[in-house]
Design a protein around this ligand. Sequence first.
Ligand code: ASN
Length: 298
Amino acid sequence: MVVALLSFSLAADCIHADKPHYTISTDATYPPFDFQDKNNDYIGIDQDILKEIAKRENFTYTLKPMSFTSAAQLVANGQADGIIAGMAITDERKEVYDNSTPYYKTGVAWIVKKGSEIKSLKDLKGKTVALKTGTAASEYGKSLQKKYGFNIKYFNDTDTMYNDVVVGNSAATFEDMPVIQYAIKNGVKLKVMNANNPGNAGSYGFFVKKGANKELLASFNRGFASIKKDGTYDKIIKKYLGATQSTFTGSKKNNNSVLGILKANDGAFLKGLWLTIELTVLAIILASIWGVILGVMG
Ligand code: ASN
């Protein structure tokens, strides 16, 4: 009996030991990707994706929520195995990390307070812009600093950064389009200035330290392909956004009226109009010359 029990518990141990266990860091507050529910459990698009992939790929993990820079640092210096944190795939990051298949489209928004007098980036001259340390959106914001002459104030989390703009301490901020659109939908009093034209368009990925944790990365990619294929991924997106990816920048509804179509295609329309005018003038000149020649000959 004892022997039987012993061998059973040994077998159970073996099964458990077979399951890889990872440490995965995340951004503590980054809705709709990573945030806490009423019971302080971590939820969000990232968290649901990760949970589902772990189940299918048969691994377990300990989640480490913290500020985004610390979370990214933890993976870069090998203290965590992977990071999922609404983290954009960028060329600079490819130097430090290996990334998964892209799992969500993103791009950078520039944002002001509702009713703000700031109408263009030029109006930011001498003003303060709030950025979140270590993010792709902050790199983008920083790249515009010289040109537009604003000052930068750094924050460690998105909520405090938003708040600085809402109360009027900072004149603007830069954050990822899906993240700010979700916040606005949920009542944050901010306005996106480039809804149809996000900066540095790209995608989110899951990251491991470059050259390390190949097995975890492969598991993520395999698991992701599987949840994409059977519709689980779409269900997760719908759960948080009520829509699928294709409409995520759709703050503006499609306007199919004549005016709406003209507005949406104003660039092409003006170009076409200009070409028509040029051709008409040229035709009139050529016709006149031809007319004079014919007249003289007559
Ligand atoms: N979206 C940010 C980035 O890609 C990460 C974050 O703020 N959680 O840098």
